[in-house]
Ligand binder design. Structure first.
Ligand SMILES: *[C@@H]1O[C@H](CO)[C@@H](O)[C@H](O)[C@H]1NC(C)=O
Ligand SMILES: *[C@@H]1O[C@H](CO)[C@@H](O)[C@H](O)[C@H]1NC(C)=O
Ligand SMILES: *[C@@H]1O[C@H](CO)[C@@H](O)[C@H](O)[C@H]1NC(C)=O
Length: 668
């Protein structure tokens, strides 16, 4: 581990030396440029990250062939933008990004072994039981190394030069589902490190010696299987958070190192000063993490993560930036502790002027969930009221007095007893619960609003005391992605977004007037330290109940956001504007057809590699704007309209679940 660190350090130093020499040469050759160069070097030293002023945005015709884009289902009428920065760098913008998740590569996977033995060993009991080279959907095995390799190759060959950044939401190693080969910590980190190197090599700027210089920014996040034992992860700094930092040293901005050491969360300015992607360590909010009890007590990892989230969102709002929230476990009541779910949903919803949407993985099913901010306000208020009662009884709720060792032990036992695998079980029941619990509720609310509007029209004179707020704004859209692991067919998604207006937004650019990020983070780190210290007045629950009492005391639970100020306009997730998502293309690999084509090619005398190259491919499964969804764009309103259709229309619902299961024909 320390060796790795040294390695990175030396690379950084040699890079600096290189830069210095280049600048020296330029300075000697063009004495007139001397001044500029010195200034440039100064800039490079103080602002190693991308936080450098933009000088210009230029629109140029797309360098892609229209036919090629069309074959990939991508918009072909797009032009690209070239942004130039004051540090001499430039960045191409295509208005697209990739979301990939749950790759789960398994180094023990053996082609030709028995599926019954999790594709690790044994003679297959007939054809049905045989582990194929790229895997069998729904069989319960993890990804073969070939499935991972060919997937990444396909992305490199087809998408790399068409996207701006990659959202990569974790689970980069096999499940702990083989009694004969329990996972080890070393194995987990080795595979994660290996995959990080692979991603870096794919998306690095080949012309640069700076290891942090990428053509396509990469934003990884921690999956519940990327830690040991799975699901269990404590607040940093720990050996494990340090391990992640070393692994992602080129991806996590340097000035966020301390914040990262605590929360394993960070953000990347994928368009400097304009667009950021937040990588959130959802394990701190995750019910199945034995170290998470709630998000109300200062000692809880989720409480501290939400403090970070709040300060960062507020700063991004101040700077006029827009953000995507990303992480491994989707923020749903099924997954998060109740108080963590409610508070996270409140932040998502009250910063809807800033947040474009949420991108998550973990569940292997391609679907979306509109979560309800209004409901979470009610829930938080009810908890506070309940607390009030408890306080009167002199009982302090949610005291965290569990011994950490005890928790650890029970978690290890649980992971032994419940061998978690990739085989889909009862997924239709889950999808039905999404339809009943979300889409139908949304539909009945929307129906009611329509009826109310009609009533209003009839009695125009009687004005309502409380005209309804734009009803869609209470919802935030949680996007859950299909996975590469063949739980169903392997899948990933390319999103397209609006870059129109970027030039205009430059004119009113005042990014130089903000304090440098490193100053912000120094302040943030000490602020959070203070917030969780005993000096900070009151605790979360005490302050919440004082709010409920209408007490004048200024005790505020900082993990609950303030309401969105009414003078702020809804952001790109709610109204068409710069950075609004416009459409997506869902890709999948049809494993059954691939296996058939592979075998056919072998029979015709092709070598294994030739056969694989000929047979393996991803293809467009569907696009958001094609039939039957025909979504005009991807604003909250478009999702709500689709939810309403899905609630009522069984034909549409059938199509939707078929796609949720990545067109495998799953019916369980
Ligand atoms: C809409 O909601 C905001 C914040 O929740 C509130 O300040 C505003 O008064 C509401 N507007 C209407 C018309 O109810
Ligand atoms: C794109 O953004 C511009 C403003 O920057 C806006 O006028 C236009 O309606 C947006 N289009 C979409 C489809 O979001
Ligand atoms: C249901 O959706 C299908 C498309 O999947 C459409 O053809 C049909 O007209 C819809 N039915 C109703 C009653 O809206």
């Amino acid at each position: 581990m320390s060796e790795k660190k040294v390695n990175i350090e030396t690379r950084r130093t040699s890079c600096r030396q290189w830069r210095f020499r280049t600048l020296l040469c330029i300075a000697l050759a063009f004495p007139l440029l001397m001044l500029v160069c010195v200034k440039k070097e100064h800039l490079l030293h103080t602002l190693r990250g991308p936080a450098v002023e933009r000088l210009s945005v230029e629109e140029v015709p797309s360098d892609q062939l229209a036919d090629h884009l069309e074959a990939l289902g991508l918009s072909s009428d797009s032009s690209i933008k070239i942004m130039r920065f004051s540090n001499g760098k430039s960045q191409k913008l295509h208005g697209r990004f990739l979301h990939i998740t749950d790759i789960h590569p398994d180094p023990l996977y053996r082609t030709g072994s028995s599926i019954e033995n999790v594709c690790h060993r044994g003679q297959p009991d007939g054809k049905e039981d045989e582990a194929t080279r790229f895997g069998t959907a729904m069989a319960g095995c993890d990804s073969s190394m070939d499935l991972m390799e060919y997937t990444l190759k396909w992305i490199e060959n087809n998408l790399r030069d068409k996207i701006d950044f990659v959202v990569w939401t974790g689970d980069n190693i096999r499940h702990d589902n083989d009694r004969n080969n329990p996972r080890t910590e070393a194995e987990i980190f080795d595979m994660n490190a290996k995959l990080t190197k692979r991603f870096e090599a794919m998306f690095r700027n080949p012309k640069s010696v700076d290891p942090r210089d990428f053509d396509v920014s990469i934003v990884p996040s921690v999956g519940n299987n990327d830690v040991f034992p799975h699901n269990l992860f404590s607040l940093g700094p720990t050996l494990q958070t340090r391990e992640f930092y070393n692994m992602w040293a080129n991806l996590v901005p340097e000035d966020q190192q301390r914040a990262f050491a605590r929360d394993t969360s960070f953000f990347v300015e994928v368009i400097p000063g304009k667009l950021a992607v937040l990588s959130i360590n959802t394990l701190y909010l995750y019910k199945a993490n034995p170290l998470v009890d709630n998000c109300n007590s200062k000692k809880q990892p989720g409480f501290q993560l939400l403090l970070w989230l709040g300060y960062v969102l507020e700063e991004l709002r101040t700077r006029g930036m827009k953000v995507w929230l990303t992480g491994h476990v989707p923020p749903l009541p099924k997954n998060f502790d109740q108080s963590c779910y409610d508070k996270y949903t409140l932040w998502t919803n009250e910063y809807r002027d800033v947040i474009i949407g949420g991108l998550y993985g973990h569940m292997n099913m391609d679907h979306f969930v509109p979560v309800d901010g209004k409901k979470s306000w009610k829930s938080v208020e009810q908890s506070a009221a309940a607390l009030e009662k408890d306080l009167d009884d002199d009982a302090y709720p949610y005291e965290d007095d569990q011994d950490d060792d005890e928790v650890l032990q029970s978690a290890v036992e649980a992971s032994d007893a419940r061998l978690m695998g990739a085989k889909p079980v009862n997924k239709n029941a889950y999808m039905d619960s999404v339809r009943e619990g979300y889409y139908k509720k949304v539909a009945s609310r929307m129906g009611k609003i329509k009826a109310d509007k009609k009533k209003d029209k009839k009695k125009k004179k009687k004005k309502k005391k409380h005209p309804k707020n734009n009803s869609v704004e209470r919802y935030s859209i949680v996007n859950v992605a299909g996975s590469v692991i063949p739980t169903f067919n392997p899948a990933f998604r390319v999103w397209e977004y609006n870059t129109t207006g970027l030039e205009g937004s430059m004119a009113q650019d005042c990014s130089s007037s903000f304090k440098p990020w490193d100053a912000f983070f120094r302040q943030l780190d000490s602020q959070i330290e203070f917030d969780v210290s005993s000096e900070a007045k009151g605790d979360a629950w005490g302050s919440l109940s004082s709010i409920m009492r209408g007490s004048k005391e200024k005790k505020v639970d900082k993990t609950i956001p303030k309401r969105m100020p009414s003078n702020l306009k809804p952001g790109p997730g709610y109204a068409a504007q710069l950075f609004s998502p416009t459409r997506f293309v869902q890709y999948y690999a049809d494993l059954e057809t691939i296996e058939k084509d592979y075998k056919k090619a072998l029979k015709l005398g092709a070598s294994e590699d030739e056969a694989a190259a000929a047979a393996f491919k991803y293809q467009v499964e569907y696009c958001s704007d094609s039939e039957p969804y025909s979504m005009k764009s991807l604003l909250a309103q478009d999702y709500i309209d689709l939810a309403v259709k899905l609630a009522h229309n069984d034909t549409m619902w059938e199509k939707y679940t078929e796609r949720a299961f990545c067109s495998t024909g799953y019916d369980g």
